[in-house]
Design a protein around this ligand. Structure first.
Ligand code: SF4
Length: 271
């Protein structure tokens, strides 16, 4: 591809990204473009909120991606089966939620923190399986509604169901629309790729405890960005780090970093 062809392709990619989010399957250009945007956000060391800004960018890309061809889903306000289990999120999503809580609870922050801590105390030492079997809620759930809905993590956005019956029955096989599942996975990898480029690890943390940690110290985001392991005592989601697809995910992240810097991407979806 010569330089003018590459310029035209880049323009098409950007137009697609801003209008429709990321393309899936054989379209990795938009995902690489998102990766570059996230890397650029993290590049700005003067921005003490660049981790939560990464979450905002990724979540907006997810919403654009599913908005065009969104399949009908059974999820509705007040339906919270999927919030009654072990839920994990990336550090960027956690700081995005914490920032949102600080914004909307300026007048009653201490009371909200007390509420979250009391809820989190109930789940602190409960195993991942027991948490699921006991249907224990996320600390951010209030009256069966997500109290941070606008800032909820990408994982929560992606976990939709076309049928409420399997959710009610606590079935293992929830019918999550393919578009939601794949968009969530792809965008998560763009986030992990940007974090990897900047030297951060791919770790997902139990959300209630991690939010508590992020809220208890107003400088937690800055300290984490500076390399401090502020989540060292928080339960890790082993399904993310120990997943047999982890190697594939790592290759995808490397390919996205290459694509972000206009290098050939050595990765084929489904390979
Ligand atoms: S953050 Fe919101 S959507 Fe996600 S599990 Fe918690 S209450 Fe549910």
């Amino acid at each position: 591809m010569n330089r003018s062809d590459r310029r035209a392709a880049n323009k098409d990619t950007q137009t697609y990204y801003w209008r429709r989010g990321i393309g899936l399957n054989d379209n990795m250009m938009t995902l690489a473009f998102l990766t570059r945007r996230l890397i650029n956000i993290l590049d700005n060391k003067d921005n003490a909120f660049r981790a939560s800004d990464v979450a905002n960018e990724a979540q907006a890309a997810f919403e654009r991606t599913i908005s065009g061809d969104a399949p009908p889903i059974a999820c509705a306000k007040g339906c919270s089966y999927c919030c009654h289990t072990f839920v994990s999120a990336s550090p960027t999503d956690i700081f995005g939620v914490a920032r949102h809580i600080r914004d909307i609870h300026q007048a009653d922050f201490e009371a909200e923190l007390d509420r979250i801590c009391a809820s989190e105390d109930n789940t602190r030492n409960v195993s991942q399986d027991a948490r699921h079997d006991g249907r224990q809620p996320c600390a951010l759930l209030i009256d069966d509604s997500c109290s941070v809905y606008e800032a909820r993590p990408t994982g929560c956005r992606g976990w939709a169901s076309t049928d409420v019956i399997p959710c009610q029955n606590w079935a293992d096989d929830i019918p999550v629309p393919e578009l939601n599942r794949e968009s969530r996975g792809a965008i998560d990898h763009a986030v992990w790729a940007a974090l990897k480029h900047h030297g951060y690890s791919k770790i997902s943390y139990e959300i209630s405890q991690a939010i508590r940690v992020a809220l208890e110290d107003p400088d937690s985001e800055k300290r984490w960005l500076d390399g401090e392991d502020v989540f060292k005592d928080v339960r890790i989601d082993r399904s993310v780090t120990d997943n047999k697809l982890f190697v594939v995910g790592d290759q995808l992240m490397d390919a996205l970093i290459d694509g972000a810097f206009d290098r050939p991407m050595n990765f084929r979806v489904g390979a």
